[in-house]
Design a protein around this ligand. Structure first.
Ligand code: PXP
Length: 241
């Protein structure tokens, strides 16, 4: 079953390296092509409001490149929603965003923002974009995601991946498995991501009904030693094994 799981590679941190020095390199399209040659099924990028890594020009260039499906991670804000509607990526994953955070820290509070999210989901889905909501493995959030018309969720795997002790990791993994069963039962596509690396992937693969994994930082870090294509290939083969 695990061999069918799709791998989207998040290349935000290729752009992080570029933006650190404002150089024209490393080239984002060359990175996407290396991911493709390594066996990636899609490219994921997060156009943050502060544009700390991926820039508007990057997302439009990736769309034009078009050799792999594009998944745009984004906050539910008017400016970014307009860009998404112009861009028309294959998929959008709506995430919470706080300016000072190092990375996306938790899942969306779908219940607190249900009206605005419902409107955004409807607008994006009318434009034939598959919309996923990034949520913690929490029953209420998942049920609400389904109620407001999402067709997909991405389970936040950070609590499992970053767990300090094995018993905490096990309990977080159990929550992810339970959440995946619930979401699948509600007819939602189940994706997962955040903090996944070459060591913790084994546990992730125990989660049932996984459709797509979104993996970024771990792969880009491995690429420092083996190159991006090989780093993707290694993750691809772990997922398939
Ligand atoms: N999925 C979502 C929704 C994210 O926000 C991120 C981080 O941008 C990822 C996956 C990838 O996480 P990581 O870089 O830790 O693999």
């Amino acid at each position: 079953m695990s061999s069918k799981i799709r791998l989207n590679v998040n290349i935000d941190h290729v752009a992080t390296l570029r933006e650190l020095r404002k150089t024209p390199y490393p080239d984002i399209l060359a990175a996407a092509e290396e991911c493709r040659l390594g066996g990636a099924d899609g490219i994921t990028v997060h156009l943050r409001e502060d544009r700390r890594h991926i820039q508007d020009a990057d997302v439009f260039a990736l769309r034009k490149w078009g050799r792999l499906p594009l998944n745009l991670e984004m906050a539910d804000t008017p400016e970014i929603v307009e860009i998404a509607l112009q861009l028309r990526p294959d998929e959008v994953c709506i995430v919470p965003e706080r300016r000072q955070e190092l990375t996306t820290e938790g899942g969306l509070d779908v219940t607190a923002h249900r009206e605005s999210l419902a409107r955004t989901i409807a607008r994006l889905q009318r434009a034939s974009i598959l919309v996923s909501l990034f949520v913690d493995p929490d029953e209420v959030q998942i049920r609400t995601a389904s109620d407001i018309g999402a067709r997909c969720i991405e389970l936040h795997t950070g609590a499992y991946c970053d767990a300090a002790r094995p018993e905490i990791a096990q309990s977080e993994l159990d929550k992810l498995k339970h959440a995946a069963r619930l979401a699948h039962g509600l007819g939602l596509q189940v994706n997962a991501g955040h903090g996944i690396n070459y060591d913790n992937i084994r546990g992730i693969l125990e989660i049932p009904y996984l459709h797509t994994l979104n993996i970024g930082h771990g792969i880009v870090c491995r690429a420092v030693f083996v190159g991006l294509r090989e780093a993707v290939r290694e993750m691809r083969s772990l997922i398939a094994s």
